[in-house]
Each structure stands twice: as C-alpha cells, then as structure tokens.
Design a protein around this ligand. Structure first.
Ligand SMILES: [Zn+2]
Length: 139
C-alpha cells in the first residue's frame, strides 16, 4: 500500500459542514493531509486535484473551497499512520480524514499557520515528489 500527503494551502478562513463530522472552521494557512490507497494511487491523487466532484472523502470538504489549493504532493511507502504521526502540526479538526484509521490518530489533517516548503525536515522517506505545476490535467 502506498501513502501520500497533500500539502494544501488555504488562502482564507473557510467554514464548512463536513458531513457527519459536523461544522469546521479552517483558519487560513497550510494543511498536510496524509492518506493511502490500496491500489490506484495515481487515480486517487488526480481525483483530489479536481475542484468540482461529488463529495466523498472528508478532504473533499476542505478542497472544494476555491481558496484551497494543493501546492505539493508527497508519496511514500511509509505506513500512512506512522507518517501522519510524524507530522507535528496542530489538530484543528479532530476525526478529519481518519475515519478508517487503524492506529487511532486524532486526525489525518494537520494544520500549520506557515510552512516553509523548502525546508525538508517535516518529510519522511519520500520516494517520489512532484510539484503540482508539473502535473498535466485539464478541466
Ligand atoms: Zn492514522
């Protein structure tokens, strides 16, 4: 199973109701979401990049905001939960993205008011990395 991280930049505070999880107020800043896919990781990532889609994953509720943009994607063979626990951001949305979490992470979405994307310290065992600008897709 491959894991991935979405580095999301939120340009302005965004309030939304995320299905059963209820109401959330996401402050402006950066979010790192850690997820995994049993198969077809590429398709999952491409889906995350689509702005308009049926809301299915909890991250969809954040990414639907026009001010929320994926600025970087990381991939790893690291286990999703272990990788997530190594991301020391703030948890502002308990339960978010961790509904199928097996290691009781409080959330798979971590918040940073600022993030130096050039600083590699927060990354772990990255096997492949690409910038969103290098991905070809059309709307
Ligand atoms: Zn977890």
């Amino acid at each position: 199973m491959e894991s991935y991280q979405l580095i999301i930049k939120l340009g302005d505070t965004f309030e939304t109701c995320a299905g059963k999880l209820g109401f959330f107020s996401f402050p402006k800043g950066f979010y790192i979401y850690t997820g995994s896919a049993r198969r077809n990781l590429e398709a999952r990532i491409q889906r995350h990049l689509l702005k308009f889609k049926k809301l299915h994953w909890q991250t969809d509720y954040l990414l639907k905001d026009l001010n929320a943009n994926i600025v970087q994607i990381e991939r790893s063979l690291e286990r999703e939960c272990k990788w997530n626990k190594n991301v020391h951001g703030k948890i502002i949305s308990p339960g978010f993205g961790s509904s199928d979490c097996v290691e009781k992470c409080e959330s798979h979405l971590k918040y940073f008011d600022s993030l130096n994307l050039g600083n590699e310290n927060w990354k772990k065992s990255t096997v492949e990395k690409y910038e969103i600008s290098q991905i070809q897709y059309t709307f």
